[in-house]
Ligand binder design. Structure first.
Ligand code: ADP
Ligand code: MG
Length: 681
């Protein structure tokens, strides 16, 4: 049946909607028929009716039947009660129990038809009801939708109104062109929405979901990609003119050949710098994959073009390490690298400011002290941030505002590719997906704490052979003080257990000189074993260290464990990671098992996502994930990737901009202001 009604028709024009229900519907954001259709169930209950003989003990079950005899209610105090009645279903007499549903007593007259869903107790022939439905319920359906409701609304009312809309064949306009529907065997939007509200079986439900998820991702991708293209067009800047030959010589003079992935990433970065669009790129690469070297090459190229380059890192230790390793690369070219952190002395700070202002200092490494308003730049051409997810969005913006330089964000967090695209939707992504050749995977063991003696003997053997070890102390949530105390205790313990080794200590509460002394001692080989809190987590590079021992390893997330493990295995020698832990929880045990099974950061990231969810991985809500009605970027990442590619191809095509089939998608992109209306270059 077709009707004169449109998706925009007000909900007023539905049977059974009055002024009171309107208020509740308003509160759910439902004003039109279309809104109602998009008020999708947040889950489904399996309500397929099965023969009583097939029901499993303690599992959910649905039975349809008639009430036998009057129900009884027992009260326990003012609010608690227990309703019970007998149900004749499928030739069996079943006992139904429902808690705090005394209000149903009068409706449950003998011979009333009801469907009851709940937990089945085989031995008592009893169903503990979660859901009691009256009247003629479709007994062939497998799933009952569960809706969010508010105020006095009931699920039954919602279902009824939605049925009215569906029966009158009122649906949003079909946005997907036929060829895409065919390509992925997707139902129409009308079929999909009808199914999502009234699913017949698992297969059609799955396809309906697939359809809506794909459309959401496609629109999202069309929008961000169109936006990116427009912004690129408007942000055209004076291109930085790179001396390619000189940059090539710099790369060739490195003590090693770049891996293919490094070379490709560098090419992408240099292309961004030269093409006169502002670079906004994420450089992803597992720990030890050689991001810093790529950064150095880019800095060299920009400085060679007469501009300044800055590298921003999250900790002071890392800042001094990076400053040192960059200095090594640049020293032969007479280029200096300045270091600016929170603990830089005032006099030196003034010097640096002056140097940056005049342009005398062309390269600088620092912590976020770098982006404080007072730091002036002469002509900042490139800003690189390492471990960018540790910086707040605000800090990143502040730095970009310093003359709006090309921006490169490096991260070792192996965010699954499509998740990165969603989280950092407006960025381009380069990925270093291989390790320099000759690296041996770190051998990882899971040991119980009572094996400490054997472990120490092993460390001793390695240090006697000139190798070094990290010992990472347990992480006590929310309390740096306790972390520090742990480190101090373990340091003292190891000093007794390993009297002929030199044991260093590094934690966040040390003074800056003490931290540097510990780090320098370890880098220089004067310290055999470095006991540390997680301050070494990010970026520290001591190739001679071959052992990483992590106390209470189950307290760390997989990604963090992977970062820590990445501190070893940086040289040619075989390295080891020992996870000391006796986890109480299953998740903890699972993490230990996974760590011993793989050294692939991306595999770990995917598992971490599954164990913890994306919020943790990307750091709270700052991840900037857009919200979808149905789509879940983590769960549906394959669909997201498909949609990304399709969106790109569509934006490139003539048809998208001309053909009437694309009108709805085009309108959507134009409505959100992502583009100004015509085909982009
Ligand atoms: P990341 O920053 O990605 O963790 P680094 O840039 O610190 O990695 O590199 C780790 C180590 O590997 C450094 O000692 C670096 O000099 C070395 N390295 C980087 N690229 C290569 C390469 N292509 N071949 C050999 N060694 C490399
Ligand atoms: Mg690095």
């Amino acid at each position: 049946m077709t009707s004169s009604k449109k998706p925009q028709t007000s909900i007023e024009e539905l049977k059974g909607v009055g002024p009171e229900t309107m208020k509740d519907l308003d509160r759910l954001g439902i004003f039109t028929w279309e809104d109602l259709l998009w008020h999708l169930p947040h889950r489904y209950e399996n309500v397929a009716i099965r023969p009583v003989e097939e029901l499993e003990h303690d599992a959910q079950a649905t039975l349809a039947g008639t009430v036998q005899g009057p129900p009884t209610v027992k009260y326990y105090g003012a609010k608690k009660n227990r309703l019970s009645f007998r149900l004749f279903a499928d030739e069996h007499l079943i006992q139904v129990v429902a808690f705090n549903r005394a209000f149903l007593k009068n409706k449950l007259q003998p011979e009333t038809k009801v469907n009851v869903t709940g937990k089945w107790d085989r031995y008592r022939a009893q169903l503990t009801a979660q859901r009691i439905e009256f009247g003629d319920v479709d007994e062939t359906r497998a799933y009952a939708p569960v809706y969010t409701i508010t105020g006095k609304l009931t699920v039954r009312q919602l279902e009824n109104w939605i049925k009215q809309v569906i029966r009158q064949d009122v649906f949003p306009e079909e946005a997907l062109p036929v060829f895409l529907q065919k390509k992925y065997k997707l139902p129409t939007i009308a079929e999909a929405l009808a199914t999502l509200h009234q699913p017949e079986n698992a297969q059609t439900l799955k396809n309906a979901r697939r359809r809506v998820v794909y459309e959401e991702f496609l629109c999202f991708q069309l929008n961000i990609q169109a936006y990116k293209r427009t912004r690129r067009k408007n942000e055209r800047a004076e291109p930085t003119k790179i001396d390619e030959a000189s940059t090539r010589r710099f790369v060739q003079a490195l003590p090693f050949a770049l891996t293919d992935a490094q070379a490709r990433s560098l090419r992408e970065i240099l292309a961004d710098i030269q093409d006169g669009h502002k670079m906004n790129r994420l450089l992803q690469g597992d720990v030890g994959s050689g991001k810093t070297v790529v950064a150095a090459c880019a800095m060299y190229a920009v400085v060679g073009a007469g501009k300044q380059a800055a590298l921003m890192v999250p900790t002071e230790i890392l800042a001094s390490q990076h400053a040192e390793s960059l200095a090594e690369f640049f020293h032969p070219y007479g280029l200096e690298v300045a270091l600016l952190t929170g603990s830089t002395k005032t006099a030196r700070r003034k010097e640096i400011h002056a140097g940056l202002e005049s342009g005398e200092i062309s390269m600088i490494v620092g912590t976020h002290a770098l982006i404080q308003a007072a730091v002036p730049f002469h002509d900042l051409g490139l800003v690189i941030t390492d471990e960018q997810h540790r910086f707040g969005v605000e800090q990143r913006r502040a730095l970009r505002e310093k003359g709006n330089p090309d921006a490169l964000f490096m991260t070792a967090t192996p965010i699954p590719r499509t998740l990165a695209i969603t989280a950092y939707g407006e960025m381009d992504v380069s990925r270093i997906d291989e390790q320099p050749s000759g690296r041996k995977p770190v051998k990882t063991y899971w040991a119980k704490p009572d094996m400490l003696e054997r472990i120490i003997a092993f460390v001793h053997k390695e240090t006697s052979a000139g190798k070094q070890a990290y010992v990472i102390c347990p992480l006590i949530e929310e309390s740096e003080q306790l972390d520090v105390q742990n480190a101090i205790d373990i340091h003292a313990q190891l000093e007794t257990l390993m009297p002929d080794n030199r044991i260093g200590l590094l934690h966040g509460r040390l003074r800056e000189e003490e931290k540097e002394a510990a780090m320098d001692g370890f880098t220089g080989g004067d310290i055999d074993v470095l006991v540390a809190t997680t301050v070494v987590e990010v970026g520290v590079n001591v190739a001679n260290a071959t052992i990483m021992i992590i106390y209470d390893a189950d307290r760390f997330g997989l990604s963090q464990l992977h970062q820590l493990r990445g501190r070893v295995g940086r040289g040619d020698a075989q390295s080891y990671c020992i996870l000391l832990s006796d986890p109480a929880s299953e998740t903890g045990k699972e993490r230990m098992r996974i760590m011993t099974e793989t050294t692939d950061g991306f595999v770990l990231a995917e598992k971490d996502l599954r164990l913890r969810g994306p919020g943790d991985l990307l750091g709270q809500k700052q991840s900037g994930m857009p919200e979808f009605r149905l789509a879940d970027p983590v769960h549906d990442y394959r669909a997201l990737d498909t949609a990304r590619q399709d969106a790109s191809a569509l934006l490139d095509s003539e048809e998208f901009w001309q053909h009437p089939d694309y009108q709805t998608l085009r309108d959507d992109v134009q409505k959100t202001g992502a583009i100004s209306g015509k085909k982009l270059d």
